[in-house]
Design a protein around this ligand. Sequence first.
Ligand code: KG4
Ligand code: ZN
Length: 351
Amino acid sequence: MAAAAPLVLGVETSCDETGVGLVRGHHLLVDAVASSVDEHARFGGVVPEVASRAHLDAIEPTVERACREAGVRLSDVDAVAVTCGPGLAGALMVGVSAAKALAVGLGTPLYGVNHLAAHVAVDQLEHGPLPEPTIALLVSGGHSSLLRVDDLTKSVTPLGATLDDAAGEAFDKVARLLGLPFPGGPYVDREAGSGNPAFVDFPRGLTGSGDMNRHRFDFSFSGLKTAVARWVESREQAGEPVPVADVAASFQEAVADVLTRKAVLACREHGVDTLLIGGGVAANSRLRALAAERCSSARVALRVPRPGLCTDNGAMVAALGAELIARDRQPSPLDLPADSSMPVTEVLVGS
Ligand code: KG4
Ligand code: ZN
């Protein structure tokens, strides 16, 4: 069955990863990624113009590498899928233009898809068909969203999102405060491994009773980031050393606590028994452990793709393209735009 499914090429350029993936049905052939993360490191965050230029340099070689590694010819591709948004406008434009050129040149249909829905779809490559409905918690450097997915190809409902910093952004900023490199998430995670998560009781944003009424499934990390900054400053002013591992562990505990608490609550209140976590922050060891613990107590099945599929990649876009084809959804028009603020409710452009 999988061998007969169309060969879908997925293109992802919404942030700093140039991703090209090849997928047949739920089968992943190749996931080729070129990252410009090192070029952004000295700025402590992704610089949009630098990312766009890096995509321009990387897109062709990455398409070629993907085909070579998968042992397919470009002419074998049956359909092209591309991230249209949300993301950085200039970066998106590179991928959308490349995908249009490929689709026109190869004479294939083109599917312009939503980046967030693609983060959900990728899990099918690893764990098979996704039960619907599913609650999805997507946490990365650019987004923090809680979604209800009733139909991966046409019905994705936002339940909440961050009001300020994305979860990964908070990790990156706190890492900087602690003198750790960019992107900070993996370094904070590593430091936290030898720290005490109860060392400082950092605030859990939007979890008080008033906030739980108004912002039940929303997140806020800027207060937490400021609390860490104040704590570190007061130590430094007192001439005392900053216990990096303990601060990292306490910060990470606050983030993992809020994310998992709200995600499991959403499952319970919506009567949904599957939780999927995706995005770069899903690689976080404490988030994974706490989610596993809380899902198990709430009898919710937890699905987390392996770290390489959680971060931005082309396979996730191809996976969503394959699902759209499997469900007979019509391709997008060839003049589809890049849409930096594409709403999550729009899974496919033109539908
Ligand atoms: O999904 P991603 O590769 O790119 C986007 O931002 O869309 O996510 C990158 C983010 C960065 O903020 C990085 O610090 C964070 O994911 N991250 C982590 C970990 N690994 C990556 N955050 C916490 N713990 C980790 N182990
Ligand atoms: Zn992403």
